[in-house]
Design a protein around this ligand. Sequence first.
Ligand SMILES: Cc1cc2nc3c(=O)[nH]c(=O)nc-3n(C[C@H](O)[C@H](O)[C@H](O)COP(=O)(O)OP(=O)(O)OC[C@H]3O[C@@H](n4cnc5c(N)ncnc54)[C@H](O)[C@@H]3O)c2cc1C
Ligand code: SF4
Length: 470
Amino acid sequence: MAYKPNMQKTKTPVTEQEPAVRARNFKEVCLGYTEAEAMNEATRCLNCSTRPCVSGCPVSVRIPDFLAKIREGDFIGAYAIIRGTNSLPAVSGRVCPQERQCESKCVRGKKDEPVAIGRLERFCADYAMNHPDEAPKTEKPASNGHKVAVIGAGPAGLTCAGDLAKLGYEVTIFEAFHTAGGVLMYGIPEFRLPKAIVQHEIDGLKALGVNIMTNMVIGRVLSIDEIMSDGYEAVFVGSGAGLPRFMGIEGEGLVGVYSANEFLTRTNLMKAYLDEYDTPIKHGKVVAVVGGGNVAMDSARSAMRLGAEKVYIIYRRSMEELPARKEEVHHAIEEGIEFMLLTNPVKVTGSEDGRVTGIKCVKMQLGEPDASGRRSPSVIEGSEFDLDVDTVIMALGTSPNPLIHRTAPDIEADRRGCLIVNEETNRTTKVGVYAGGDAVTGAATVILAMGAGKKAAASIDDYLSGKNAD
Ligand SMILES: Cc1cc2nc3c(=O)[nH]c(=O)nc-3n(C[C@H](O)[C@H](O)[C@H](O)COP(=O)(O)OP(=O)(O)OC[C@H]3O[C@@H](n4cnc5c(N)ncnc54)[C@H](O)[C@@H]3O)c2cc1C
Ligand code: SF4
């Protein structure tokens, strides 16, 4: 019988924790689709012959094909299709900015809401995780005798390691922190991405034979040259962009001012949200978060869950320019975060004993779009005002940590500290050394980091199997 799509205009709703309840706990906000909900949503797909959604996916997941499997009730088959090109579907289904990628190209989105591709991807990954007996078994491939080192266990490094391990390479990941996962573990909070899910993916890599060495800060404990002289024939650098930026305004050294990275690392990795962990972190009562990206939303929503009575997001442009994912902004508003838009801090004020007491801000206005199409904000004269806060979190973006480049000067970086690579192969300026993810692009997205790890793994395989001298 010919397939007849379901023309329901809106996405099948998904169950979420109530805003007032979830704003005080760290459990996952979105509870995911049931089997019936997933099958209903998958029938909203038109099965377009041109497959525009696939072109919107940075790792080209065969979206209409996995949706067809869901419609048939073959959830493991759907999962296998996704896994063919995406090694961390439980992660990307939760955190990818789908509204700017696959879902922005979905034909259903022209008139109605697009198909909820992200929620369906998450559904398949969770189904496979919860039904291990049905899921295909991971088997360690026979070794091809070549050793490759990966620096950094974030999505770029994990993807590169996984792809190489499947080809028989002996892969060791050197990770600076005591836990693998990169931003997935230390940055994105538990309520958006449960750590057990990230750990499940990491365990899958270990089952493929990937060796993960933690507490190994490359550039301090070992240099890249030392790694290479230890028998590793190629190296992939996926060291991310963990160096926080500050505004350079007066008062940023006061007690109670955090970079978002430090605040989120203490919350997530050092488990500040669990009473049994005595993590040193201030549980602010009135918190100002400066910035408008995902990191700012995560910081604000974490501060609320740690017990704040009031949390402000201070952002110098308007709602329209806010770079965070739409869903995160929507959730933050529902949870009671107050957005102070077109506002910019000029000073953090403090008490005599050096603790934050407030933040001085000015109001901003947006001018005409410049050559890049962005409207630049400018200060409205005489608009200065004070806000009483006891904690300030700076979420202004990050740059690559300079350690790798400083300790391996033959790996060139640009003036922002991003490692320079050949776009075709992801090879750096040093033979045998490849790089990808935030270390190359600056702060970007999980799926782009995964895409770069994948591309580099293919290039390393070409290099070591003699297909390509580069
Ligand atoms: C709070 C927050 C929220 C975010 N939310 C989203 C989101 O919703 N959606 C999305 O797509 N993206 C999001 N991002 C961005 C995304 O997480 C990153 O783009 C992605 O993690 C980059 O992957 P990566 O592997 O390049 O680097 P990372 O994830 O940063 O991993 C790098 C790893 O390298 C290790 N390392 C660094 N230096 C060394 C060294 N010298 N030796 C050994 N190891 C080293 C680090 O400890 C880390 O584990 C968010 C980022 C943050 C901070
Ligand atoms: S564009 Fe949308 S409707 Fe068309 S195949 Fe992709 S998911 Fe289905």
